[in-house]
Design a protein around this ligand. Structure first.
Ligand code: MLT
Ligand code: MN
Ligand code: ZN
Length: 307
């Protein structure tokens, strides 16, 4: 199974268009070693030809241009993307759907019923796309392994996770299971697994077991600290209130690094969906060194994995 990190940034990307924090300033000017990052998305393939796009970021078109393997050009109009899967209905994960409207056949779209609900009401991309290519809707059932036609060699399992429905959702402050999911993606040929969760506010026993079963863990790296946005004067919310478990623990509660410390040694642990304010984006920072010393990696756009 091949995995491509198309976008390793959180909503806004790096640099964010209106941000002049140190990370954004360096990334914008290519000063220092802070690499720009597009918004959160990965692609997965069992055979290197047929790809499942997981999350459709606002930066999708640039991401596809950087990944010609997703555009095999077997006919005048063609794509390697056989389906799109969504882990939530957040803006950074769904707006790229609009960029796929030129498809010549309805778009196979996999999401949970609450996500389809948001995408049919508050942000009605599904009915809107009916006026273009149309959507071939597939409802994801939690905890039930499923396969996708044409995505040979892959098996998916969705697990409900604690995080947040989007700000526009009526369920922002009273979520239901399925507003946010983690995915376990299995290579059917060898049983190897990837755990993917760009939004994770905490780990239930089921989520921990899924993480423990994976050879590759791609997990929420949004914030370094619980109070990061408050400390920078950029927001009045804790990381957890935005649906993200910060890397550092807070008031005795473990953070993401403590969670990752508990995983088997053979597991590769990679932080994805990194917010532009996070100091781990600077490879010369003490925070980056601390993460690396624990065997945790910081995702970059274009990173590739084979499991
Ligand atoms: C989040 O995960 O909190 C998002 O990145 C928010 C957004 O897309 O605006
Ligand atoms: Mn996000
Ligand atoms: Zn910034």
């Amino acid at each position: 199974m091949k995995i491509r990190i198309l976008g390793s940034g959180a909503g806004g990307g790096l640099p964010q268009w209106n941000c002049n924090c140190a990370n954004c300033t360096h990334a914008r000017g290519y000063t220092g070693d802070i690499q720009p990052r597009t918004q959160s998305s990965i692609a997965v393939s069992g055979n290197g030809t047929d790809w499942v796009l997981i999350n459709a970021s606002p930066d999708l078109l640039a991401q596809l241009r950087s990944h010609p393997e997703l555009q095999p050009a077997r006919s005048v109009r063609d794509t390697g993307i056989v389906a799109v899967m969504l882990i939530d209905a957040q803006i950074d994960h769904v707006t790229g759907l609009l960029m796929l409207r030129e498809r010549t056949a309805p778009l196979p779209l996999y999401a949970t019923p609450p996500v389809f609900d948001d995408l049919s009401t508050g942000l009605p991309l599904v009915p809107l796309l009916a006026h273009y290519c149309g959507v071939d809707r597939h409802d994801i059932v939690l905890d039930e392994p499923f396969e996708i036609a044409h995505a040979k060699g892959l098996r998916f399992t969705a697990i409900a996770v604690e995080s947040k429905a989007p700000p526009y959702s009526p369920r922002r402050e009273s979520g239901v299971p399925g507003d946010n999911i983690a995915l376990v993606i299995e290579n059917v040929a060898n049983g190897a697994r990837v755990f993917y969760a760009p939004g994770l506010a905490g780990a239930s026993p089921a989520v921990l077991a899924a993480m423990n079963s994976a050879q590759l863990v791609l997990v929420d790296g949004t914030f370094w600290s619980q109070t990061e946005m408050i400390d920078l004067g950029l927001a009045d919310k804790f990381a957890i209130d935005m649906g993200h478990l910060a890397q550092c623990g807070y008031r005795g509660e473990p953070g993401m690094v403590q969670l990752l410390d508990g995983l088997p040694r053979a597991t590769r642990k990679v932080l994805i969906h990194i917010n532009n304010t996070n100091p781990i984006l600077d490879p010369h920072s003490a925070e980056y060194a601390a993460i690396r010393a624990r065997g945790i990696e910081v995702a970059r756009d274009g990173m590739q994995f084979e499991v």
